[in-house]
Write a protein that binds this ligand. Structure first.
Ligand SMILES: [Zn+2]
Ligand SMILES: [Zn+2]
Length: 387
């Protein structure tokens, strides 16, 4: 049956690659991926999936389902399709989308025999608002057997970790006054903001080495002769561990309170983007994927590394067993988030990555659906990680 899955994907490889090239030629930014989302949803619908558009309150999200209503096991695949400003598909989400489409079609060819069900989620804005977190919070992945996607990269690498992240906006409200004539009447919101930066810089000495805190000033006053009555900054705070992130964030918030108290300004703290949880790769699921990828002829598979960025499948990994392996489309010189990377997605090597990635996803899903032993191990590992 594995050969049937591979043959189905290989038969469709040209049309899948064409979709990837179309996405490359027509990049759209996060939550504006109207045409990409429509194209992918239409492909799945045309091929027998039950498609709902605009799900979970997200205009460019979709869910495509195949298999009986609540049949188990339940496999989730992700399509991402947002691009980067000016660079286009420099993160290769055009390949993520087409690998999952291909995998869905491969699985469809055997689903009547294997049982189980597939859900393909179109998840917008991975680069910005991280909508998988929204879907996770709304229970979209509760009870899912395995949730998977493959991300292109310079080289092939096993699914690893990523950083949990909070996106916090700090606003200080002071009181305007003539900065020379009546400085004593003013409350300087910019001073409060600078004290926040200094407080955070002092805090850096006392956080674990994986913690990253980095911010910018977005509002710092309007003229030197007016005491700034409003100042604002945006910060990302990251850690390998969700719990550590919460503890450090509480300390950063105290820096803001201190800065407000020192100046007499008031302070408001809010989230300007969704929170990303760290990715907890399910090792059992990852091993099954790697074995399939090797069987497909992929030779140089690097072991998982510590993630240095934040990805929204991290949130999913707290609701269901998940993997996010990387597939190589270049060599170690190729850098993700560049125009060169976008160009590499539409080469022969990109097409070969699409074939292997789609096949490995589908074969992994097959191994999960048809083996109770695999499911038991995956679930056990997930439950231990959740304690
Ligand atoms: Zn990216
Ligand atoms: Zn990406």
């Amino acid at each position: 049956m594995k050969n049937k899955i591979i043959a189905e994907i290989e038969n469709r490889l040209d049309e899948l690659f064409d979709i990837g090239v179309w996405l490359y030629d027509n990049p759209e930014l996060g939550e504006k991926e109207f045409r990409a989302s429509a194209l992918l949803a239409e492909y799945l619908e045309k091929n027998g999936f039950d498609v709902e558009r605009g799900v979970y309150g997200l205009e460019t999200a979709f869910r495509a389902r195949l298999g009986d209503g609540d049949a188990e096991p339940h496999i989730v695949l992700f399509c991402e399709y947002d691009a980067l400003p000016k660079i286009g598909h420099g993160c290769g989400h055009n390949l993520i989308a087409t690998m999952s489409l291909g995998a869905a079609m491969g699985l469809k060819s055997v689903l009547k025999d294997t049982g189980g069900r597939i859900s393909v989620f179109g998840t917008p804005a991975e680069e910005t608002s991280g909508t998988k977190g929204v879907l996770t919070n709304k229970g979209a992945f509760d009870g899912v057997t395995a949730a998977m996607m493959v991300h292109p990269n310079a080289v092939t690498e096993e699914s690893g970790a990523s950083l949990a992240m909070h996106a916090l906006k700090f606003e200080f409200f002071g009181k305007a006054a003539h900065a020379a004539a009546k400085p004593e009447k003013g409350i300087n919101a910019l001073d409060a903001l600078i004290l926040l930066f200094n407080g955070i810089n002092a805090l850096r000495q006392h956080v674990p080495s994986d913690v990253r805190i980095h911010g910018i000033i977005t509002d710092g006053g309007v003229a030197p002769n007016i005491v700034p009555d409003y100042a604002a900054a945006k910060f990302y705070i990251r850690s390998k561990d969700k719990g550590v992130l919460e503890a450090v964030t509480a300390k950063v918030r105290r820096c803001a309170e201190g800065a407000a108290s020192m100046t007499g300004a008031s302070c408001d703290v809010s989230f300007f983007e969704n929170t990303y949880d760290n990715l907890r790769t399910n090792g059992t699921l990852s091993d099954i994927f790697t074995a399939n990828l090797m069987a497909l002829g992929e030779k140089d598979i690097f072991p998982a590394s510590d993630g240095v960025g934040s990805i929204d499948i991290g949130n999913v990994s707290y609701a269901a067993p998940a993997i996010h392996p990387w597939i190589g489309i270049g060599d170690s010189e190729l850098v993700i988030h560049t125009k060169e990377f976008a160009d590499a997605t539409v080469t022969d090597k990109g097409k070969e990555a699409l074939r292997k990635g789609a096949c490995a996803l589908a074969l992994t899903a097959y191994d999960v659906i048809t083996s109770e032993e695999n499911r038991r191990k995956i679930k056990e590992e997930f439950d231990i990680g959740s304690v």
